[in-house]
Design a binder for this molecule. Sequence first.
Ligand code: GRF
Length: 203
Amino acid sequence: MRVAVLISGRGSNMAALIEACRRSDFPAEIVLVISNKPDAKGLETAAAAGIATKVIDFRGKGSRQAFEDAATEALEDAEVDLICLAGFMRILSADFVGRWRDQVINIHPSLLPAFPGLETHERALQAGVRITGCTVHFVRPEMDNGPIIAQVAVPVSNRDTADTLAARVLRYEHRIYPLALELIASGRARLVDERVIVDGDIA
Ligand code: GRF
């Protein structure tokens, strides 16, 4: 399966996906990394791994359409089957999500449907939850919404700040995102009636 990763910044989840794809038996390869920010650190990581990178930097009025048209062209040229959003900070339109229906997945640092959107960890701490986590899901037009592929629960400590909690959750993000990609790319996870069925799931 040919995969593109969309990033806006650091790219540590992208790096975890690149690392997983190095395994000779891994059923996916990353053929393109797109950033909407020219200074995204992850671009250097991708280039160092020998992966093609593209910056699509449009701002201001009409920029969403311009970004999405350019992205779709690049993704089609690269014959991409699946798009992984990894710290990608632009909202994608319903048109784009429809064009790539069931071909876009995202990682979010909470146990969705709890705490979608920004400042996730601050809000989790504010709410006083004892457990948070991370979620990989298929992308639908509503932000941080869509059929769930994989989740990990992560405990919250009394001493946590948003930063310490983010760091703890991130370690699990790096494990769960490659796992979710492997499930999809190998065909072991399938969408049935807007829910993901995983072969061999014993729950
Ligand atoms: C991650 O916590 C991801 O879940 C969230 O943004 C952060 C991106 O980090 N959407 P990185 O760019 O993958 O290092």
